[in-house]
Design a protein around this ligand. Structure first.
Ligand code: ADP
Ligand code: MG
Length: 394
C-alpha cells in the first residue's frame, strides 16, 4: 500500500502535485475537461487542508521547447472556474525561473499555482537534471496523481521524488486499488477479456494474466493470429505474423495451467475494411480466402456473455471488433452489456476499450474504468510503474 495525501501532514507545505491535464484542445479552447475534473478531489483536499498547491502537468508533445499551442494557460482558467477560486498561472517558457520562484514564495496556505507545460523542457522525458532539481526547489512534498503518465520515469512523475517525501493523490490511489485488487486478490471466477488489434502488443499482459485468471476470452483483431496458430484459413484478416508462435505458446500454457482460454467459434467477415462492405457470419475455421474478420460472431457473443455473467471479477482490455464501424460493433457491445449486467467487479483498461464503453453508454455501470491506457496495460503486465514505485509505502 502506498501512502496518500491523507497519510501526511500537508498544512503549510509547498506541495508539488503532478496532475494529468493533457486535455484535448482546439483553437486554444479545451474541448473536453474530464481530466481536469478528475483532478479536483486531490486539489480540493490539499487546499482545504492548508497546503500550498503547486500543480504540474504536460500537455501534448511540444518536444522540449516552448510552443504556444501547448501552453497550460487555458487549464488554469478552467481550474479557476471549476474550483471557484483563483488558480494563478506561473507563465514561463522554461517552466521554472526567478519569477516562478517568487510567485511560489508569495503563496499563502491554500493558494494554488499552475506551472507551465513540463514538456517545454527537453530534460522532462529523460528524467534529467537540471530540470528535476529546479522543479524540486519549489516544493517540500510531492504528490503524484497522474496515472496516465505513471508508467514513464520523467522529471515531474518520478525524478522529483528523490528530493522529498512522495505520496499518491486520490486518482492514483483509486487506480491502484481497483486494478490491484482485481489482479492480485480477485473474487472468483476471474475472467479476463482480451481484444484489440495485435497480439504482440498485449502478449505480456496475457502471459501475466494466465497465472491469475480462471478464464481468458480472446476477441478482436488478435483472434486471427490465434486462428492461424490453429491452422485455420483467415482470409485477408489482420495478422500479427510474429505473434503466431506466441499465440500457439499461450494456448499451450493455458492448457498446462488449467486456464480456460476461449477463442471465437464464429466470426463476422467483410469483403473490405469498410462499414458498408458485404458481410457474412461464418464459423471461425471457415473464413473465405477473400474476406476479413471484423467482429466476433453471434454464437461467440452468446458464449462470452454466459461466461461473463457467471464471473465475480472481469478485466477487459481491447475491443472485440472494429467497433468504430457500427456494423461491426455488436461483439464489443455484447461484452460491454454483459459486464454491465454482471454482479462482478468490472474493470476496463486500455484507451480504445474505455472509449467504446463510454460511447455505448455503459461507463457508469462499470466498477472502474482506468484513465491510463498505456499505464493500465503495464500494470496488467505485472510491472511496477516508475511513478508509483517512487511513492512511500504505508
Ligand atoms: P485498447 O486501446 O483498448 O488497448 P487496442 O488499441 O489494442 O485497444 O485496439 C483497438 C483497435 O483494435 C480498435 O481501433 C479496433 O478497430 C481494432 N480492432 C478490433 N478488432 C479488429 C479487427 N477484427 N480487425 C482490425 N482491427 C480490429
Ligand atoms: Mg489503443
Amino acid at each position: 500500500m502506498k501512502k496518500t495525501v491523507k497519510d501526511v501532514d500537508v498544512k503549510g507545505k509547498k506541495t508539488l502535485v503532478r496532475c494529468d491535464f493533457n486535455v484535448p484542445m482546439q483553437d486554444g479552447k479545451i474541448t473536453d475537461d474530464i481530466r481536469i475534473r478528475a483532478a479536483l478531489p486531490t486539489i480540493e483536499y490539499l487546499k482545504d487542508n492548508g497546503a500550498k498547491v503547486i500543480l504540474m502537468s504536460h500537455m501534448g508533445r511540444p518536444k522540449g521547447e516552448p510552443k504556444k499551442e501547448f501552453t497550460l494557460a487555458p487549464v488554469a482558467d478552467r481550474l479557476s472556474e471549476l474550483l471557484c477560486t483563483e488558480v494563478k498561472f506561473a507563465q514561463s517558457d522554461v517552466v521554472v525561473d526567478d519569477s516562478v520562484k517568487a510567485a511560489v514564495d508569495a503563496m499563502q496556505d491554500g493558494d494554488i499555482v499552475l506551472l507551465e507545460n513540463t514538456r517545454y523542457r527537453k530534460e522532462e522525458t529523460n528524467n534529467e537534471e537540471p530540470f528535476t532539481g529546479e522543479l524540486a526547489s519549489l516544493g517540500e512534498l510531492f504528490v503524484n496523481d497522474a496515472f496516465g503518465t505513471a508508467h514513464r520515469a520523467h522529471c515531474s512523475t518520478a525524478g522529483v521524488a528523490s528530493y522529498m517525501p512522495a505520496v499518491s493523490g486520490f486518482l492514483i490511489e483509486k487506480e491502484l486499488k481497483f486494478l490491484g485488487d482485481a489482479v492480485n486478490d480477485p473474487e472468483r471466477p476471474f475472467v479476463a477479456i482480451m481484444g484489440g488489434s495485435k497480439v504482440s502488443d498485449k502478449i505480456k499482459v496475457i502471459e501475466n494474466l494466465l497465472d491469475k485468471v480462471d478464464t481468458l476470452l480472446i476477441g478482436g483483431g488478435m483472434a486471427y493470429t490465434f486462428f492461424k496458430a490453429k491452422g485455420y484459413e483467415i482470409g485477408t484478416s489482420i495478422l500479427d505474423e510474429e505473434g503466431i508462435e506466441l499465440a500457439a505458446d499461450l494456448m499451450k500454457k493455458a492448457e498446462e495451467k488449467g486456464v480456460d482460454l476461449e477463442i471465437p467459434v464464429d466470426t463476422v467477415v467483410a469483403s473490405e475494411f469498410n462499414n458498408d462492405a458485404d458481410s457474412a457470419m461464418v464459423a471461425s475455421d471457415a473464413i473465405p480466402a477473400d474476406m476479413m474478420g471484423m467482429d466476433i460472431g453471434a454464437e461467440t457473443r452468446k458464449i462470452y456473455t454466459a461466461i461473463i455473467e457467471q464471473a465475480k471479477t472481469v478485466v477487459w482490455n481491447g475491443p472485440m471488433g472494429v467497433f468504430e464501424m457500427p456494423n461491426f460493433a455488436a461483439g464489443t457491445e455484447a461484452v460491454a452489456q454483459a459486464m454491465a449486467d454482471a454482479d462482478a467487479a468490472t474493470i476496463i483498461g486500455g484507451g480504445d476499450s474505455a472509449a467504446a464503453v463510454g460511447q455505448m453508454g455503459f461507463a457508469d455501470k462499470m466498477t472502474h474504468i482506468s484513465t491510463g491506457g498505456g499505464a493500465s496495460l503495464e500494470f496488467l503486465e505485472g510491472k511496477e510503474l516508475p511513478g508509483v514505485a517512487v511513492l512511500e509505502d504505508k
